[in-house]
Design a protein around this ligand. Structure first.
Ligand code: AHR
Length: 634
């Protein structure tokens, strides 16, 4: 008998409880959710023509040059100068390969834009999309309208005639003269909320469908950088895209090594867009800022304490950017970008996976300055990378002594670790610092091996562990799986919650576990017990229960990691069901190795049914290897 006391609330569940962790890893942003199709649109990659091929029957050495105006434009110094000598349509050209090709859809409008400068008229731009056989699957023409010494932006739209997952974009420069080109861009028109220059709608929809309580951004290790020059600097990610200074992405060199780095952060998706995304999907924004330390696994570069002031100022300015009104310096920047109302920032992270006394001394300076000016902002602090090690214990003590608001714990571990740790928080102090399980994923192979699979057993073990998070909602206020996205042709890390290619996306079994917890969050935890004990492994069963006080609903989550069906009676000890039926959602597979895929995106997928509720005692069969949610009206 599984007994539930519906009135004996043990904890309130924070609205932020289940969220998402976004990082530009695995082509998460550029080449992923940021819908730009042109790779190296502003010629700023280390190799200026990376992604581009110069072609055409009339092109001669020196006709296509990359020039540098560093003295006048530090954020976007390079541009392309084309000298065109009485060229026919296919005489002088540039071919862009896209990130891993370009995903093009038949019948969809594409918006091409370019910044150009020409002193005399005479050159026509022909834009063509090519399928993998080189056939034209959409084309248009752009005649630059201005002739002077200024840069101008011009756009033209056209419709694709064929669907192609690996298209390329060909530009032909026909005519005679000299033209300078920069920010050569192509976007599909079906972006999220149809925003020009926006995000891939299918990928955002998968996030929206989770109804996440928060979105943490922009990482992850990219916050820290290999060294400090590569750290994430939010101020360089806002404003007009041509003024956003690109940097190399630190995930170039991990695992899927490519001979020349081709993974950069253009910041077309920058902090304004992250805040807007959070607002769109109803999630609290949780930005994480560099704390004056580069990644301790890489350069471990440190900002001397007496030089930390600009880093701290960045944090203060970010709060003003998010929350200040248009009379403030940074609030005005936000308003000028089209968002006069505040983004209501309440949470801010300082440091990602930083540890040691160096972290603590830097964090103290940040904390003092932020709390002095913005006492209501809750700060998220790192607890390093080893949830069971000495480093963690040291840091945890220090952070608790500092009365840290929220401590961010990360664990990439085996499914067994997740099962064994379902009671990890049962014995944590109930008062003081709260916990953010900020990055976690069960690994089917050696931790962080590239052979890891998002198989059903990893998802099931995460579900079991998450019942422990929910049971301890008075301690754990936030949790997010990581990483979030991976492109099938461009990943560096597995497992990942959502997989995409240039046209498609699907949620893994782990995604559906996250989604089910989030959609069935409830507002308060109540006790659910087997033989009067917390259910954390007996009979291979894990469970948590909560009530939704607004809906008057009891929500029981049960995870059966056994290979056999188990039958129980659910006994409501202190309440009567209000209906004769209860809804049941089951995520299940008989095979622990089951995965979802582009071909079978819903192989492991939640199925809904109803069961009879004869009274306070409800018989329930729990399928082998299953995650079951029972909702009973009270
Ligand atoms: O999620 C991938 C990486 O794992 C994150 O960037 C980092 O914080 C952690 O080590």
């Amino acid at each position: 008998v599984i007994s539930v006391k519906t009135k004996a609330i043990t904890a309130k569940i924070a609205p932020t409880m289940w969220g998402v962790f976004f990082e530009d890893i695995n082509l998460g942003a550029d080449g992923g959710i940021y819908a730009e199709l042109v790779k190296n649109r502003s010629f700023e990659f280390f190799k200026p023509l990376m992604g581009w091929t110069v072609n055409g029957s009339q092109v001669k050495e020196g006709d296509i040059l990359i020039l540098n105006r560093k003295a006048e434009n530090t954020s976007n110094p390079r541009y392309l100068r084309a000298t065109v000598r009485k060229a026919e349509k296919e005489g002088v050209g540039l071919l862009n390969e896209g990130f891993r090709g370009m995903g093009i859809r038949k019948g969809l409008r594409y918006d091409f834009s370019v910044m150009y400068r020409q002193q005399h008229p005479g050159i026509t731009l022909h834009i063509q999309l090519l399928n993998s056989g080189g056939g034209v699957i959409g084309d248009t023409v752009l005649i630059p309208a201005y002739q002077d010494t200024m840069w101008h932006k011009q756009q033209v739209s056209f419709t694709a005639t064929e669907t192609e997952p690996k298209a390329k974009m060909q530009l032909w420069l026909e005519g005679n003269g000299v033209i300078d080109l920069d920010i050569i861009s192509l976007f599909p028109s079906n972006t999220w909320k149809n925003r020009p220059g926006g995000m891939r709608a299918d990928m955002v929809q998968l996030l929206a469908d989770m109804k996440p309580g928060f979105i943490r951004f922009p990482g992850g290790c990219i916050v820290e950088g290999f060294d400090l020059s590569q750290r994430y600097q939010w101020k360089k990610t806002i404003g007009p895209i041509e003024e956003r200074q690109l940097i190399i992405n630190r995930w170039n060199f991990e695992f899927a090594h490519r001979p020349t780095p081709d993974y950069f952060q253009t910041f077309g998706l920058g902090f304004f867009e992250y805040f807007q995304l959070a607002e769109d999907i109803g999630a609290e924004p949780l930005p994480i800022l560099n704390c004056g330390m580069a990644c301790q696994f890489n350069s471990a570069e440190l900002v001397p304490l007496n030089e930390l002031a600009p880093y701290i100022q960045d944090a203060l300015d970010l709060i003003e950017f998010a929350n200040g009104d248009a009379t403030t310096q940074w609030g005005k920047v936000r308003a000028d970008m089209g968002h006069p109302s505040p983004f209501h920032l309440k949470l801010l992270g300082v440091g990602n996976e930083n540890w040691g006394p160096q972290y603590v001394e830097r964090l103290k300076l940040f904390t003092n300055a932020i709390k002095a000016k913005y006492p209501d902002i809750k700060l998220v602090n790192s607890s390093g990378t080893d949830p069971d090690g000495e480093r963690f214990d040291y840091l945890n003590n220090e952070l608790r002594n500092m009365h840290a608001d929220i401590i961010d714990e990360h664990y990439y571990r085996s499914p067994q670790w997740f099962l064994q740790n379902a009671q990890r928080y049962d014995h944590y102090p109930r008062n003081g610092s709260k916990i953010f399980a900020g990055e976690y994923a069960a690994q089917s192979d050696k931790t962080v091996s590239i052979n890891n699979k998002n198989n059903w057993y990893t998802a099931l073990s995460e579900a079991a562990f998450m019942t422990g998070l929910e049971r301890n909602a008075d301690v754990v206020n936030m949790a997010s799986y990581a990483p979030l996205f991976a492109h099938t042709d461009g990943w560096q890390w597995t497992p990942d919650l959502i997989w995409v290619d240039n046209l498609r996306s699907y949620g893994t079994p782990n995604y559906y576990v996250q989604q089910l917890f989030s959609l069935n969050k409830g507002t308060a935890v109540v006790p659910v017990k087997l033989d009067n004990a917390v259910i954390a492994g007996q009979d291979s069963l894990y469970a948590s229960a909560c009530i939704d006080e607004k809906k008057n609903e009891l929500i029981i989550k049960l995870v059966n990691v056994a290979d056999k069906q188990q039958s129980y009676t659910i006994a409501l000890e202190d309440a009567k069901p209000a209906a004769t039926q209860a809804s049941v959602t089951v995520l299940q597979s008989d095979e622990r190795a089951s995965v979802n895929s582009f071909e079978h995106p819903q192989y492991v997928f939640p199925r809904e049914s109803v069961i009879k509720v004869p009274g306070k005692k409800i018989p329930l069969d729990i399928a082998p290897y299953s995650f079951t949610i029972v909702k009973i009206k009270l």
